[in-house]
Design a protein around this ligand. Sequence first.
Ligand code: FES
Ligand code: FES
Length: 192
Amino acid sequence: MLFGETCLLLRCQKPHFSKTDKISDNDWNLSRSMEAPYAMKYTLSINGQKRDVEAEPGTPLLWVIRDELDLTGTKYGCGVASCGSCTVHLDDSPVRSCQTAIEDVANAKVTTIEGLDSKISKAVTTAWRDMDVVQCGYCQSGQIMSAIGLLSENPSPTDNDIDDYMDGNACRCATYQRIRSAIHQAADKLEV
Ligand code: FES
Ligand code: FES
């Protein structure tokens, strides 16, 4: 790392200096305070289990899920809450895990695509298979988590309800029509 260069790591915007760089004491102290590691311990309730993790405050839940807990069904798409591929459930409601800080989930129940185990989730995943919704698959865990959230709040959604609720879940393969059909099928099955 060159003198005072900004770190190129995705999640690090800190200037890095070495002890031998000719900088003022103030800059050195500032640099050290910005770089000081301060990982904290958190206990997550995730997919029905308690899991201990260490992370710096402010770390997105998405990184903890994927990098620390190895639950890679939840995907990184945009990192700015615009695509929905990182959707998980927090206390049964869909959230964007890329924009959810680890310290904000300490007392909540987290569910990822790997931990689905409810009547609604079974109806949704069955409908997804029946309708052959998936193309490349990258967005689909987020789509499924949102669809379950929709049917939990609204058991008989109209096309407009579906389009409104699923609006934040992007699919580059444009599987939207099949997603809509699958949600209708799941709703019909759950009604019976
Ligand atoms: S990665 Fe979180 S919304 Fe795109
Ligand atoms: S199935 Fe490919 S991005 Fe949605």
